[in-house]
Write a protein that binds this ligand. Structure first.
Ligand code: PLP
Length: 467
């Protein structure tokens, strides 16, 4: 029987012995007193350097009365980024005509793109500052010249922002979208990168030369599994197939080298792990999409420019991404804020951020396994397949109708203990008619060990109350 909510006071818990989170809540993480100014991070000694990460935490302005661990849905702008964002919005409001030349010359984003491209291992003629992952996915998919009989391969754990344009594009011309079952960790047998590559390889061998695109998430939003993108892209390349990667969760979380990965398109969010403002994203188009000329049949046009308001004849001197960038009047302060956030990440060190995120997620898994030993993990334990998303069902399948008990668990965790996470649901196997449910925890650079331990303490406490 569940304990009624009214009998429990969250403050009691946070003050009590189980309230490890108190340290996190009272720490510099949520301090708002420091003036927002250009931050610097001297003496970066890696993931275990507590003082260093405390300095990083001071950059954020998240509310003190809770611990926000749902970055996978959306992030939180750093203070210095937000301050400049506000100033730039004021400039645009006061001087809409020339914006006081704040963003350089038309089309105003050139310097921004040049600033951030190296941080992702890309050239400036390969990056578009898009509106979000969905926008990037739609821009790419609707520009590809699909025909009847074509096959598009994707996985059974994709987000609707990626699959929706695929299904529409395929439907229009009589192409087929084939979802493959990728392995899902359930706590039994370990998974390797090869298991994922094999799943794609098996499907490729079934369709011969008809496959026109492979689309997959670098990190699945369902379970937080990191797919071996470089290896999948190599397999696709060897078979002459273009790749479109859904990067909603990697931008700002992982240290990405796009040239090394060698995909054709990479569409991600700026507002999630990269902590830019809402409606910002990053889209990578490899070298003017020129490889499609080799991969695409000769009767096809490689790539149509759909999402642009610049005609090709007049602007033929501009690169493809410059033309894709221009979609009418834009939100330049938002794009500058995303750029500022990217530069902050570069300064902190994207390799250090990735290491820190993975260390905190490893700690989260370790603590959960210790404190709620009967629960089920859906994120693989091995680092090579891990991300900042931890998916876990403390109720071991006893989640109620439509996951109702797990939803209650999530809500009580927020209301009674102050930890904000979300639920996730997915078909474990392709074709499952009922979903599997889990909680999804995001650990990022503005968290620390106390936050993670406090969350798990709270989950263990709530688990006992709901038993
Ligand atoms: C894997 C994945 N793709 C795409 C999206 C859509 O992201 P956006 O809001 O940036 O369009 C999400 C959002 O959660 C996601 O998890």
């Amino acid at each position: 029987m569940s304990e009624t909510k009214s009998k429990f006071n969250r403050r009691d818990f946070l003050k009590g012995s189980a309230g490890v989170a108190v340290a996190g809540l009272g720490s510099t993480l949520f301090s708002t007193s420091a003036a927002a100014q250009k931050p610097s991070f001297p003496g970066n000694n890696g993931s275990s350097d507590k003082n260093f990460w405390k300095q990083v935490q001071k950059e954020f302005t998240l509310a003190k009365d809770s611990v926000y661990m749902n970055v996978g849905t959306t992030g939180s702008m750093p203070k210095s980024v937000m301050q400049t964002f506000t100033e730039n919005n004021e400039i645009v409001a006061k001087y809409p005509w020339d914006m006081q030349n704040k963003f350089g010359s038309w089309p105003y984003v050139g310097e921004m793109v040049a600033d951030i491209a190296p941080g992702f291992g890309a050239d400036e003629n390969e990056i578009v500052l898009s509106r979000n992952t969905t926008d990037g996915m739609i821009s790419v998919v609707s520009g590809l010249d699909f025909k009847e009989g074509d096959v598009i391969i994707t996985t059974h754990h994709e987000h609707i922002g990626g699959t929706s344009p695929l299904f529409v594009a395929a439907d229009r011309v009589g192409a087929t979208v084939v979802e493959i079952e990728i392995p899902v960790y359930t706590g039994d047998s370990p998974l390797t990168k090869e298991d994922f590559v094999q799943a794609f390889s098996n499907e490729i061998s079934k369709h011969g030369d008809n496959i026109r695109l492979i689309m997959f998430s670098h990190i699945t939003y369902k379970t937080g599994t990191l797919l071996p993108a470089k290896e999948i892209c190599a397999l696709a390349r060897d078979n002459g197939i273009p790749t479109l990667v859904d990067a909603a969760h990697t931008i700002g979380m992982m240290n990405i080298d796009l040239h090394d990965m060698d995909c054709d398109f990479y569409a991600g969010s700026g507002h999630k792990w990269q902590c830019g403002p809402g409606a910002t994203g990053i889209l990578y188009v490899r070298q003017e999409a020129e490889r499609l000329e080799r991969f695409w049949p000769s009767d096809r046009r490689p790539f149509y420019l759909v999402n642009s308001s610049l005609g090709e004849d007049r602007y033929s001197m501009m690169s493809l991404v410059q033309r894709m960038q221009y979609i009418g009047n834009d939100h330049y302060p938002a794009k500058q804020a995303l750029t500022d956030s990217c530069k902050l990440w570069d300064e902190i060190g994207r390799d250090k951020i990735e290491e820190r995120v993975l260390d905190l997620s490893a700690l989260c898994k370790e603590e959960l396994a210790k404190k709620i030993p009967g629960g089920i993990f859906y994120c693989p334990p091995n680092r090579e397949l891990s991300s900042g998303l931890t998916t876990f069902d403390p109720l071991a399948g006893d989640v109620g109708d439509g996951g109702a008990r797990l939803t209650e668990f999530r809500d009580r965790l927020r209301e009674d203990y102050g930890y904000i996470i979300r639920t996730t649901n997915f078909p474990l196997h392709l074709g499952d008619t009922t979903d599997t449910y889990a909680l999804r925890i995001s650990t990022h650079l503005f968290h620390d060990e106390d936050d993670v331990k406090g969350l798990v303490e709270a989950m263990a406490h709530l688990y006992e109350r709901m038993a």
